[in-house]
Structure formats: structure tokens, C-alpha cells
Design a protein around this ligand. Structure first.
Ligand SMILES: [Zn+2]
Ligand SMILES: [Zn+2]
Length: 469
């Protein structure tokens, strides 16, 4: 009778999978995201029911969530202890939980995120040894609204934000909401607006690209606000081919050694005794061995060359497909990637870590220890510089500002300027080995070389004039 009542009064989406007098299994999923919120539960009905309570088992791999749900359902059914209706109450509880808990589709990710933030605090405590509670990174979640509050603190810098999880996470329901599977909103920070804006924008773009279907790494690269200039990779590839590597030197050395051995063997075969051209210097057997060895060595060399050529061909094919770029049509959003953990990882890697980032050129911290000092570097804009002195000061401030080229490492503006304008031109980043590019400087080696040569010439001229005077 209770089963019958259950199928009459239950919400329409509660699907009864199986029922026998001793157990009943049912599943339920939230409306707009079937796959991620489908949960199945089995209730075993003892012979003495309703005097002894039903046994509830939720079919879930996530242990924390399973335990939470099972205890909630048991608690609900316990209120009708000894009466009929306990099974209905338990299933109602399941439906209510699925309908109202916004974090259901990202439960595991959220757990990982809170762990990551927890780790930050432990790391911080070890390094700085201060137990200042104000300096702790925190994360708090509201299951009913689906909102996460995140505060990242590191040294004296902080960045706090909210992340709103969409009902249809990891996707969205309407096209207008596309890219908003999680919405990042900055709440407060003492980073300069220019840096904050750049990072927050990239973070939201990352979420969007992952909803399109990209992996974290692809989405991260594609969301870089600095675009590669035309032919950027071609230049880099060309550089690789002319570079004399350790390996090339080795193979050259081996080539000359092989030639020497072959030459010696030829001598064994061909040498004649100096006083009689018709008499060979070496015996017939020795000469035969020498001839065989020449063939053996040259054959193995030819095989080696062929293998190397084959490898080179394969590399060219790979390179071509790499240069062709991403096949954008593959990322049409039909396979949205979960983006919450990626978003938090980005915020930690790129924003939380900023105060410990070191400039690859001068190896000192890129951000000043005092956040106010950093803010003053951004204070004056070009429009409110009236006197010469103000202009000069602004220029000096700009030199100290942090700047991020395409590789993602942070430099001091003046350090990067020196790095870009002085030879070797087109060098790779001292920290991550990727090629450095920033739109403030030309990516054309010839231009940079010419500029440098002009500057050197000017300096020489000044020296000459000094000498003359
Ligand atoms: Zn520097
Ligand atoms: Zn770098």
C-alpha cells in the first residue's frame, strides 16, 4: 500500500527502477542536467516493518556525499518511527536534496578546491611562520544559492571573489548564458585594477573555453590576453634548425670518425709495397676482411641516415599539424568540461602566487612587499601629468611596474625592456624557456637589431665628442 501511495504522490521524475516486497530502488535527476545529478537509492524493507526501520543505501561513489545523503534520509524516515510512510519520507528527502543542492554536479571538484585552499594556508604558515588569522585564505559555500566565497591571501596581498555555479553546470541552459557555467566576480583586492582586471578576465575566459570543450591546458593557452604575432612560431622553428646543438656536434664527430676508419680500411685493401706496385702490402685474407668491414660500416651508416631522415620527416608532419592551430570546430560545446576546479587552480596559480613571483632577469620579487607601494606605481595617468617633473616621475614609476609577456612569467618593466632591446634578440624566457613576446616591443629581429645598432652608434658618437672636447 505504501508503494502504491509512493507512485501516486511522488514527484514525476522519481523513477522506480525495481520493487519487491523486500526492497525498492528508485532514481531521481534534476531537470536541466540529467547526467550529473542522477542519483539512485535502494531501501531494504525488513520483515518487521514498520516496527524496525528500513535500511537505506545510496548508490554513489563519492563517500562524503553518500554518507551525508544516507544520514539525511535516515533522519527523515526516523521521524515516523514505528509507522508506515517511512519509505516515502526517505525518498522525498532524496528528491529535495537533489533539487536544492546546487553543488551536486561539482561535489568532487568543490572538495578538491577546498583542499587546495587549505594547502595554501599550511604552506604559508611554514614559510612565513606568522599565525595571523587575517592572513588566511578561506573558502565558504552556500549549498542553497550555489555561491562560493573565496578569499586568497598571500603575504600582504589579498584577492577575494565569489563564484556562482550555474544550475546546469558544467554547461548553461541558454545561449545568452554561454560561458557562465561558473561566474567569477571580484569582490575586493589590493592588487592594482589593471592587473586584477587582466587576471579576472582571463579566468572567466578560461571557464568559457572549457565549456566549449577544451582541456585546461588548451583553454589556458587560448585565453592568454597576449596574442601571438603572425609567423611567431615559424620564426621560432627556423631558429631551431640553424642552432648547432650538442647532438649535432656529436653526430658530426661520429661522421668524421667513421670516414677515418673507412679510409684506414681502404688503405689496408689498396696499399702496395713501396718498392713494387704489383705486390700488395697486406695478405689476401686481411684485405678481404677490410673490404667486408667497409661494406658493413657504410651500410650501417646509410641505415642510420635513413632513420634520421625518417624522423625528421615525421617531425615536419607533426610540426605542420601543430602550426595548423586548434581545430575550433571540435570545440562546439557538445562536450563541456567541468571548469570549477580549473578556475580555482588558475586563481591560485596566477593570482595567489603573484607576491612570490620573481623577475627572471634580476631575480628579485616582481611585486613590492608593500601593496600600497605597488598601487602608487599605477596612480598617475598620462593626462594628469602637467609639469616636466611629474612626467619624469610617471616614467620612473612605469619602469618599476610588473609586466607579463606571452609566456606568462612576470618581469619588471625595465628588466623586460632591457631583455628585449639588447642581444641576443628573440631569446627564450630565462625562467620557463618559452619564447618571449609582448606587443610593446617589436617581434621582428631585424628591427630590434637595427635599433640596437643605432643606439650603439649614438653612444659611440657621444664618446667621440667627449674625447674631442
Ligand atoms: Zn627585474
Ligand atoms: Zn616565461
Amino acid at each position: 500500500q505504501e508503494y502504491k501511495q509512493l507512485s501516486n504522490t511522488a514527484p514525476p521524475k522519481l523513477r522506480i527502477v525495481a520493487k519487491t516486497p523486500s526492497f525498492i530502488t528508485a532514481s531521481y535527476a534534476r531537470a536541466n542536467n540529467v547526467r550529473k545529478t542522477l542519483i539512485q537509492a535502494t531501501i531494504t524493507v525488513p520483515d518487521e516493518y514498520p516496527q524496525s526501520p528500513p535500511i537505506i543505501n545510496v548508490d554513489l561513489k563519492l563517500k562524503g556525499l553518500k554518507k551525508k545523503l544516507e544520514s539525511a534520509m535516515t533522519q527523515e524516515s526516523m521521524q515516523l518511527k514505528g509507522q508506515y510512510g517511512q519509505i516515502i519520507a526517505a525518498f522525498r528527502c532524496l528528491v529535495h536534496f537533489i533539487d536544492t543542492n546546487k553543488f551536486l554536479p561539482c561535489w568532487r571538484e568543490l572538495k578538491d578546491c577546498t583542499d587546495m585552499v587549505q594547502n595554501l594556508n599550511e604552506k604559508n604558515q611554514h614559510s612565513s611562520n606568522n599565525k595571523n588569522t587575517n592572513n588566511k585564505s578561506t573558502v565558504s559555500c552556500n549549498e542553497l544559492t550555489g555561491k562560493i566565497r573565496l578569499k586568497l591571501c598571500h603575504n600582504r596581498y589579498y584577492y577575494s571573489c565569489s563564484i556562482q555555479i550555474h544550475d546546469a553546470y558544467p554547461s548553461t541552459t541558454t545561449i545568452a548564458e554561454w560561458g557562465k557555467a561558473c561566474v567569477l566576480k571580484m569582490v575586493g583586492t589590493n592588487l592594482p585594477p589593471k592587473i586584477e582586471n587582466m587576471m579576472s578576465t582571463q579566468a572567466q575566459d578560461l571557464v568559457r573555453k572549457m565549456q566549449d570543450g577544451m582541456s585546461y591546458d588548451d583553454a589556458f593557452n587560448a585565453s592568454n590576453p597576449i596574442r601571438e604575432p603572425k609567423d611567431f612560431r615559424k620564426h621560432a622553428a627556423k631558429e631551431v634548425t640553424v642552432r648547432l646543438t650538442q647532438e649535432k656536434l656529436k653526430s658530426l664527430k661520429q661522421d668524421t670518425e667513421t670516414l677515418k676508419v673507412v679510409g684506414n680500411l681502404r688503405h689496408v685493401d689498396g696499399d702496395s709495397v713501396s718498392w713494387n706496385a704489383k705486390v700488395k702490402a697486406h695478405g689476401a685474407k686481411e684485405r678481404k676482411d677490410a673490404r667486408r668491414n667497409i661494406k658493413k660500416i657504410t651500410d650501417s651508416e646509410i641505415a642510420k641516415d635513413l632513420a634520421a631522415e625518417e624522423k625528421d620527416k615525421q617531425w615536419q608532419i607533426d610540426e605542420k599539424s601543430r602550426l595548423a592551430g586548434y581545430d575550433i570546430s571540435a570545440f562546439d560545446g557538445s562536450n563541456p568540461q567541468p571548469s570549477l576546479k580549473a578556475l580555482v587552480r588558475f586563481l591560485i596559480d596566477r593570482i595567489w602566487r603573484l607576491p612570490e613571483e620573481k623577475c627572471p632577469v634580476c631575480t628579485t620579487l616582481v611585486l613590492p612587499a608593500n601593496p600600497d607601494e605597488l598601487l602608487t606605481l599605477y596612480k598617475s595617468s598620462s593626462s594628469d601629468c602637467k609639469t616636466e617633473k611629474e612626467k619624469k616621475e610617471r616614467k620612473r614609476a612605469k619602469q618599476k611596474r610588473p609586466i607579463r609577456p606571452i609566456c606568462g612569467c612576470w618581469y619588471h618593466y625595465s628588466c623586460l625592456d632591457k631583455f628585449m632591446r639588447e642581444p641576443p634578440f628573440g631569446a627564450s624566457c630565462l625562467s620557463c624557456k618559452a619564447r618571449v613576446y609582448h606587443p610593446d616591443w617589436s617581434d621582428n629581429m631585424q628591427t630590434l637589431e637595427r635599433e640596437w645598432a643605432n643606439k650603439q652608434a649614438r653612444l659611440r658618437e657621444i664618446e667621440d665628442v667627449k674625447m674631442f672636447l
